[in-house]
Design a protein around this ligand. Structure first.
Ligand code: IPM
Ligand code: MG
Length: 354
């Protein structure tokens, strides 16, 4: 089984470096995987003038799954949009039709204190945000900046969802809920936006095929509030690309650190791209400060969903729980009085715990 490793920019190479070491440790223990690296994002632009170089796409096509780091950096912010690092990621999502983005937010007991919310609000939280990833205002056409009839410049984007796009993410949500506590909350802005009223209608139709699942609907502004008021009311949250982007960053803070949250982006045949939900953090890049656990946990999701290696996935997850229980903390989850470890030392500890 082949894994394409696309480290990207900023802290991307460091955090994927540790996830690769964890995977290699499993490989030396009998897991039959092969890893190959290729540049993406700013690194792709620097080496080939393209955030998704041809050779990188080819490698990804030949692989069974993609392990992705992070992309972006201030030095690329003034490039034309097509050459910006983020396009490498967005094009991969679109190319492989990775419509189902799973972003679990789990509070580890040892880290309940690390949240800015009171421990009693977040303790025991286990939430799954299911974000649609290949449509919505992210990809809708037309978009741009033009001069309108009044002679004034205006910017515009198009929010758009087809019925089939909503149906397939709704099915994914109800199926995920079957394996959990059987509750789905669909998040929209149906009181204002046509597209999301349509979203609500289609989700409600698909729900008829899942009578055992409880479906609720919530406006996105209320959902943003409820997430910090009482996050444990949610089990599976399903929403569009844009709202999912925002709510998943918010949810990450419930868990204490965005450095802890993995994600999986899947298509209909379970091919997937796996990445931490955090960004490239240029301010701490190359300093051995970044938390590699979100990427290591993404590698576990990769083994589970794309390679069908549940036992290996659980070994990684158990190892992560163990290092947290042992008290190892990178700076983002530091506790007063406790020593912090760097990126590499955290990787070492996970490998030792395996
Ligand atoms: C994410 C990121 C991306 C997004 C960026 C890097 C394009 O914020 O994965 O949440 O907006 O989807
Ligand atoms: Mg985001």
């Amino acid at each position: 089984m082949k894994i394409a490793v696309l480290p990207g920019d900023g802290i991307g190479p460091e955090i994927t470096g540790q996830a690769v070491r964890v995977l290699e440790a499993l490989a030396s223990d009998g897991l039959r995987i092969e890893l190959e690296r290729a540049p993406v994002g700013g690194a792709g632009y620097d080496s080939a003038g393209d955030p998704l170089p041809e050779a990188t796409l080819k490698l990804a096509e030949q692989a069974d799954a993609i392990l992705f780091g992070s992309v972006g950096g201030p030095q690329y912010d003034t490039l034309p949009r097509a050459q910006r690092p983020e396009q490498g990621l967005l094009r991969l999502r679109k190319h492989f039709d990775l419509f189902a983005n799973l972003r679990p937010a789990v509070v580890y007991p040892e880290l309940a204190h690390a949240s800015t919310l009171k421990p009693e609000v977040v303790a025991g939280l286990d939430l799954l945000i299911l974000r649609e990833l290949t449509s919505d205002i992210y990809f809708g056409q037309p978009r741009g900046v033009r001069t309108n009839e009044a002679g004034e410049r205006e910017g515009f984007d198009t929010m758009r969802y087809t019925e089939s796009e909503i149906r397939r993410i709704a099915h994914a949500a109800f199926q995920a809920a079957r394996k959990r506590s059987k509750r789905v909350c669909s998040v929209d802005k149906a009181n204002v936006l046509e597209t999301t009223q349509f979203w609500r209608d289609v989700v409600t139709e698909v729900h008829q095929e899942y009578p055992e699942i409880e479906l609720s609907h919530m406006y996105v502004d209320n959902a943003a509030m409820q997430l910090i008021r009482n996050p444990r009311q949610f089990d599976v949250m399903v929403t569009g690309n844009m709202f999912g982007d925002i709510l998943s960053d918010e949810a990450s803070m419930l868990t204490g650190s965005i450095g802890m949250l993995p994600s999986a982006s899947l298509n209909a045949r379970n091919f997937g791209l796996y990445e931490p939900i955090h960004g490239s953090a240029p301010d701490i890049a190359g300093k051995d400060l970044a938390n590699p656990l979100a990427t290591i946990l993404s590698a576990a999701m990769l083994l589970r969903f794309s390679l069908d290696q549940e036992a290996a996935a659980q070994r990684i997850e158990a190892a992560v729980r163990k290092v947290l229980a042992q008290g190892l903390r990178t700076a983002d989850i530091a506790e007063p009085g406790k020593r912090t470890v760097g990126t590499r030392e955290m990787g070492d500890a996970v490998i030792a715990a395996l």
